[in-house]
Ligand binder design. Structure first.
Ligand code: AMP
Length: 190
């Protein structure tokens, strides 16, 4: 059985950082829709061009775009020990599509780990990251606020979806990277 974990939380919660820890120690495949979209932009594909304007405005890209990317990556990695889903699913439609895709493979989500960080700290972290990463959407406070608003309106309800399946676990996303990582491993039971 694959170990499939959804890392969940608002922008700046530390999903990417903790994904790196999990894939290093558990040998899982990292599936970040944000990274996949940025790769499409860098390659100048039509999909990248379609997504770029929305991403720079702090808005979600359409469900069918990210679901198609995830389907593609799942098909490319039939022998994976499991997947860390980072930044996906971000809407209820995406969560339902993911369950259907995994069911088709005879697999399922083990748990969804929700990382909780107070909003002022999120904004500080993102602005700091923007200085190094060069990500346009991390450098402007109005865009950051828009991304957090998208999260609250469309993504936060996804936690409820996993709670109904008894798969939702909440962890404190503040403190040192190592402390947070230990909390995640404990919550995931792995
Ligand atoms: P991230 O790197 O996860 O912060 O994602 C950066 C941006 O990519 C987001 O603000 C969205 O515009 C877009 N994006 C990433 N993942 C998704 C998703 N699952 N659904 C819709 N849009 C996404």
């Amino acid at each position: 059985m694959m170990m499939n974990i959804v890392l969940f939380g608002p922008p700046g919660a530390g999903k990417g950082t903790q994904s790196q820890n999990l894939i290093r120690d558990l040998g899982l495949v990292h599936l970040s829709t944000g990274d996949l979209l940025r790769a499409q932009i860098a390659a100048g594909t039509p999909l990248g061009l379609e997504a770029q304007g929305l991403m720079n405005a702090g808005l979600l890209v359409p469900d069918h775009v990210v679901i198609g990317m995830i389907r593609h990556r799942l098909e490319e990695c039939p022998d994976a020990a499991g997947f860390i889903f980072d930044g996906f699913p971000r809407t209820l439609a995406q969560a339902e599509a993911l369950d259907a895709l995994l069911e088709g493979l005879g697999q399922s989500i083990r748990c969804m780990i929700s990382m909780v960080v107070p909003q002022p700290e999120l904004v500080q972290r993102l602005l700091l990251r923007g200085k190094d990463s060069g990500r346009a959407d991390d450098q402007n406070e109005a865009i950051i606020a828009q991304r957090i608003q998208e999260y609250q309106a469309k993504t936060a309800p996804v936690a409820q979806y996993y709670a109904q399946q008894n798969k939702w676990k909440e962890v404190d996303g503040t403190g040192s990277i190592q402390e947070i990582y230990s909390r995640i491993r404990e919550a995931a039971g792995c």
